[in-house]
Design a protein around this ligand. Structure first.
Ligand code: ZN
Length: 97
């Protein structure tokens, strides 16, 4: 009987470890920590593989802001935000060249 308890303990510790790893990997890639914690807990290898295979999310707020600032300008006619490369304002239709 004690073997069962030892086996269950090993499974539980392994599950929590892989769950934590899956969660940390997922969080580093900008994904939901809790979701991958539970996937890693119930499907240890699957959770780790999915977390490792995740694409890197490019939505770190600072990067995103700098890109959008450099990428846009204000229309001198209607003051709406338009793209830097625009030659025609999409709001008022005036030529900016
Ligand atoms: Zn305009």
């Amino acid at each position: 009987m004690s073997y069962t308890i030892i086996l269950l303990t090993i499974l539980l510790i392994g599950g929590i470890l892989s769950a934590t790893f899956a969660g940390i990997i997922a969080e580093k890639k900008g994904q939901n920590y809790t979701a991958f914690f539970w996937i890693g807990f119930f499907f240890p290898i699957l959770g780790l593989v999915i977390a490792a295979a995740l694409p890197q999310k490019i939505t770190t707020s600072s990067e995103n802001q700098s890109v959008s600032i450099n990428d846009t300008k204000k229309c001198p006619f209607c003051a709406e935000t338009i793209k830097q490369e625009a030659v025609l304002c999409r709001w008022c239709g005036k030529s900016l060249s």
